[in-house]
Design a protein around this ligand. Sequence first.
Ligand SMILES: [Zn+2]
Length: 123
Amino acid sequence: MPRSRGGKHELANLQVLCAKCNRTKGNKDTTDFRSGSASDRDPACVFCTDKVIDQAVETHGTVFALQDAHPVTPGHHLILPRRHAVDYFAMTDQERHDAQDLLRVLRNRLAERIRLSRASTWA
Ligand SMILES: [Zn+2]
C-alpha cells in the first residue's frame, strides 16, 4: 500500500520494482507485483511484438490501440496493454483505467469523423 494512502514504512509493505514495472505504477494501482510474474511479454502471443505495438494508432499510458485488421464494423479497434495479459481480468487497475480513457478518446474521434462526413454530405 502506498505511503500516501496510509501504507507503513516497513519491510512487509515494501515493493521494489524494476524501471519497467514502476513506470506506470501509481498510488491508485493495487497490483501486488510481488506475487505474480513480472514478465512483460509472452513470446507465443501474437500481440506481444514490437511490430504490433509499432502499428498503434493511439497510445495512452499502459495501453495502445490498433485498427482491427478484419473489422466487423467500420472503426473497430483493439485496445491492448503493453504488458501481456491473457484477458481483461488479468489487466492491472492502471491498465483498465488507461484502456477506459483510450476508449473515450477513440470514441470521440470516431464520432467527430462521422459528424464531419455527415456535414460534408449535407453541405
Ligand atoms: Zn500478449
